[in-house]
Write a protein that binds this ligand. Sequence first.
Ligand code: SF4
Length: 231
Amino acid sequence: MELNEELILRVLSNVNIEPRNFVAFYIFRNTNDVFKLLIATILTQNTSDRNALRAYENLVRTVGDVTPRRLLEAGEEAIANAIRVAGMYRARARKIIELSRVVLERFGGDLSWIKDLPVDEARKILLDLPGVGEKTADVVLVNLGKPVFPVDTHIMRISLRLGIARSRKYSEVSNAWMRLLRPDPRKYLDVHLRLIQFGREICRARNPRCEVCGFRDVCRYYNEVVKRKGA
Ligand code: SF4
């Protein structure tokens, strides 16, 4: 058996996706708004999706509509209070204010046109914004239907265990998944979300549940570490 698209899709078909557990996906699905998607993605940096969603919902209660203008009008202090639950709230509020100012000054507060750009141009614009790194840009892009594969901490761990990547280099891991799957952005998004859930439920950081995992036969970690320990 080899690790290929067929096996990946078969194993991940048993993983259920609850949209509210994926804040960026959930917010974009409900609003179709690129700026809101970006703010939701920033709120998920270094925190759980549950806390990020609570922070986003508090933000909506505070500013009404999450737009660059409303956020700037509300000010850093009010934003920091609203998003406290996500942690690092002062630094994050500063980042949100700075981002709002740049989006308003550079683009009149509107980012919707990014959807129509080729992926490389869209990524370049996103990476030029304050507080937006490789992963945040890719989460935004994959939700916009662009052919990218974002790698979060769960996907990084699963990739290293499976052996599809030897280093933690973001681009290496992301490209490895894109090589394994047929080039279909909708599939990239679906597999990305399912892998995260798979990492939460099965390939957990501590005590991975290898005994119920469909990747066991092809998994480097299982065959080189788990099996040896049990031998
Ligand atoms: S066999 Fe274990 S380590 Fe490998 S992918 Fe499955 S749960 Fe993770």
